[in-house]
Design a protein around this ligand. Structure first.
Ligand code: HEM
Length: 465
């Protein structure tokens, strides 16, 4: 267990190579993961660096993650770091309110993500992925990140926002949501309210999304109808003081969940596909597993998806190698101490899934794609609660993790059952220019429908049966 002592604390070691005034700005911009990995390799669990005037400290490895994730919000604060989301999610929700109110708001969604809701999600995923697969035809070429984005917007809008919003995806919702997403840029991170053309476009897009969502809420109220989705759950919810949520608050919380869950899922799904296309032996075993699970019924259910440990391990391995969020950031509000090293208030404290997941003393041969590392006897990642942190940890850990993993398993179960895929060109590098780290684009892949009938039957046939 890490000892935290206030006495005789020293500063964390400093990463070499910083420039006067700029600090490590250039290296950080060029390849943040390479820079942080060098620090973790040379300096161990904690090291500090500067980007311009801002001091940063990296917590690397499971023991240091424990101290990070267990620190209270009053010490390590997410809210001040994520202020750039306020113009997108709106006033009065998420990072615009005190942490205890944000948890009350997110808590309204928990019942909708419980185990029993997963069956409904599995059915929706099955139908949406089936429609997507049919839209591909017999063979062709696609830009995989673009298509995964399309598919996950359809799934998330239907599962979280409701059928009515799903039906408007192509009639304005997707375009407005896209413009809103484009509001996440470097300038917006530092000056989220600066009236630039991009920010004005973002604000207009938010209003369009809120208008669409508010109209659906009004229709539901007029019809006295309820649905099993986040929107109805939030419309029913009451704060501790008995107050109902306004349309704007409901929209803001829905946007928080959509932003947290959709693009991240699209990106992890993309990386999972890319890794599987070139892992021919593992792919063969996956198809045998699919045959064993779906051969009888052909139906995608949450129970069937759970009975696919090889697919589960492939997704976990891609979470390890390609975590969509390469850094989680908190502001140090109260000085902190770790293993005799002090971290002053004002520092930005980081954990980096991308760096920690490749520490060789935590994961053997860390650069190798080896999903079997998560199976017995190695069962890597189980040795420590905070070894695999692609979905965060502690009180701010991801609430949509089970949904996300199930979704990616569902996507690749059905698509690999119907098609053979291959990547055009070399395996892509990560694009660190975006808040969520996907592959460099374009990322073209070729596909061809498989001749033999697969194990998973088309959703339409299953419904008719
Ligand atoms: C592959 C997909 C996903 C990845 C990689 C991912 C990753 C993460 C990570 C790393 C965090 C912690 C952030 C931090 O500590 O600063 C987080 C938090 C969160 N995630 Fe996810 N997530 C995914 C999907 C989802 C989905 C589908 C939902 C939908 C409900 C969701 C909702 C949230 C929310 C609301 C939080 C904030 C929790 C809090 O601060 O209390 N995520 N996610």
């Amino acid at each position: 267990m890490a000892k935290a002592t206030q006495q005789a604390a020293v500063a964390a070691p400093q990463l070499s190579g910083g420039w006067p005034l700029l600090g490590h700005l250039r290296a950080f911009q060029k390849d943040p993961v390479e820079m942080l990995a060098r620090g973790a390799h040379d300096l161990g669990e904690l090291h500090q660096f500067r980007v311009g005037p801002q001091a940063f400290v990296l917590f690397a490895g499971p023991r240091a993650h424990t101290a990070y994730f267990k620190a209270p919000d009053e010490q390590l604060d997410a809210r001040s770091v994520y202020q750039f989301t306020v113009p997108m999610f709106g006033r009065g929700v998420a990072y615009d309110v005190a942490p205890e109110i944000m948890s009350e708001q997110l808590g309204f969604l928990f019942p909708e993500l419980r185990e029993s809701a997963m069956e409904r999600f599995a059915r929706i995923m099955f139908e949406e992925i089936d429609m997507f697969a049919e839209s591909l035809g017999e063979e062709g070429e696609i830009d995989l990140p673009v298509e995964m984005n399309r598919l996950t917007v359809n799934i998330a809008s239907r599962c979280f926002l409701g059928e009515e919003v799903r039906n408007q995806v192509d009639a304005g919702f997707a375009a407005a949501y896209h413009d809103l997403q484009a509001g996440i840029n470097t300038l917006g991170f530092f000056l989220p309210r600066l009236p630039t053309p991009a920010h004005r476009k973002r604000d207009r897009a938010r209003q369009q999304v809120v208008d669409i969502l508010s109209r659906v809420m009004e229709q539901r109220r007029l019809a006295g109808s309820e649905a099993q989705d986040f929107m109805s759950a939030l419309m029913r919810a009451r704060y501790k003081d008995g107050r109902a949520l306004t349309n704007d608050e409901v929209s803001g919380i829905l946007l928080t969940a959509l932003f947290a869950g959709q693009h991240t899922s699209a990106v992890l799904s993309t990386w999972t596909g890319l890794q599987l296309f070139r892992a021919s032996d593992y792919l063969e075993r996956l198809r045998q597993e699919m045959q064993a699970v779906y051969g009888e019924t052909g139906t995608m259910t949450s129970a069937n998806l759970k009975a696919q440990p090889l697919m589960e391990n492939a997704v976990r391995e891609c979470e390890r190698l390609h975590p969509p969020l390469i850094m989680l950031i908190r502001k140090v509000l109260k000085p902190m101490c770790y293993e005799g090293m002090s971290i002053p208030a004002g520092t930005l404290a980081i954990v980096s899934p991308a760096v920690s997941h490749r520490l060789p003393h935590v994961f053997a041969n860390p650069d190798q794609f080896n999903p079997d590392r998560f199976a017995p006897p190695a069962s890597e990642g189980k040795q420590h609660q905070f070894a695999l942190i692609g979905f965060g940890g502690g009180r701010h850990r991801c609430m949509g993790k089970n949904f996300a993993i199930m979704q990616i398993k569902a996507i690749w179960t059905l698509l690999l059952d119907r098609f053979d895929f291959s990547l055009n060109g070399a395996f892509p590098d990560p694009n660190y220019g975006s808040w969520v780290t996907g592959p460099q684009r374009p990322c073209q892949i070729r596909y061809r429908r498989r001749a033999q009938a697969g194990a998973v039957r088309p959703a339409r046939e299953v419904r008719m049966a």
